[in-house]
Design a protein around this ligand. Sequence first.
Ligand SMILES: *Cc1c(COP(=O)(O)O)cnc(C)c1O
Length: 449
Amino acid sequence: MLPYKTKICEPLPLTSREEREMEMAKAGYNVYSLPAETVTIDLLSDSGTSAMSQEQWSRMILADESITYSRSYFHFVEKVKEVFGYEYVLPVHQGRSGEHILFKVVVNEGDHLPSNGHYATTQENIHFHGGVAVSLLTQRAFDPHSQDSFKGEMDLDSLKSLLEKERVPLSLLTITNNDGAGQPVSLKHIREVSKLLRGKRIPLFFDACRFAENSFLIQKKEKGYEKKTIPEIVKETFSWGDGCFMSMKKDGLSNVGGFLALKDGDLYEKLRSFLLLIEGFHTEGGMAGRDLEAMVLGLEEVLEETYLTARVEQVHRLGERLLRSGVPVYQPFGGHAVYLLAGEFVPHISPEEFPSEMLASEIYVEGGIRTLPDGIKGWNKRNGPDSGSQPFFEMIRLAIPRRVYSESHMDYVAEVIGRVYKRKESIRGLCLTYDPPFLKHYIARFERI
Ligand SMILES: *Cc1c(COP(=O)(O)O)cnc(C)c1O
């Protein structure tokens, strides 16, 4: 059951099939370019799309908008320290600013930065500073139908051999693994990675966007953690690392925001100087005091078990409905999204003809549902200077915004995708008409073949 009720309602845009056909063509068959007012159910991202609570909205009025060292800054720092246990905290306006500042300081030309899976901006920020992003996702992830609980992890042997061969200033763990079909990482694995790195005096940083969902999945699936509370699991997780960067647009239950948090005071001083250059003052990170206050409560609310249970159950129920209609989906389901397997959905479309982009545009045309095609990486691999990602599946991510949609919306989503699945043989591919230099998938344009 959802542990909240609706107080303010926002009408859903309803459109005709003809309008959607026209909008999709105008957007160059790239769902990122659709005007949001033409989208009925938006599953493009769970980032910055959460519904805030009445407590968050009311606390924003009480915020302090002083230029430096505002009351809201002290609230924020105190909350981050309490939840994550790191001494030094720097607010930034969203996750990628934290990445940019961190890599600017720690990455030198030719350095290798391993991870279980780099998010697109993480990878580009590493490359931008001359580093090499190396994804060491476990082979267990490459079976999309196995029920293995923690397929978001790294391959430890690959990590060991990379540490022998290359200069590694820092290792990353993304929890949950957004690029690895939203799969979680176990505490057993976190401990093993941490011990391996500590032996070589290499710091471990978490990409912590979905830390609460990862902790919830640990509580539900990892032996020995059934009786631990979510805040206890969070504390243990971060105690094995040296720092983290976080997009508060995800598990911060906020529409904007992020932070860097770490143990090392010298590194903090270096990061702070760049933050002043890029973001704003180091006590606000380019945000208003009210944004800081919204995040403080977001960090409290996201750790409530009633909330997390409803959140993750909603994701899993959508996945199960799709499975019942025969739609190929990645299993098991993660914490924030269901991933369709485009390669199995439309096996007759070759990867060069962008099956996931095409399928996402068909799902939009069928029912006004916007999803995230996650296949262009395969294409990057063939054409671009990509050193990071291993070839993964052609997938479509249905990311569910937090506290926004009801079960009836999810029923509609499953029904529409079921209809597209029934007519899958008639779907043809796309060809590229605009090929941007980097972060291609956000702004590329296509035409139907
Ligand atoms: C969203 C995301 C980021 C980047 O955060 P932004 O707030 O969008 O800049 C980094 N890593 C992961 C895993 C993400 O999902």
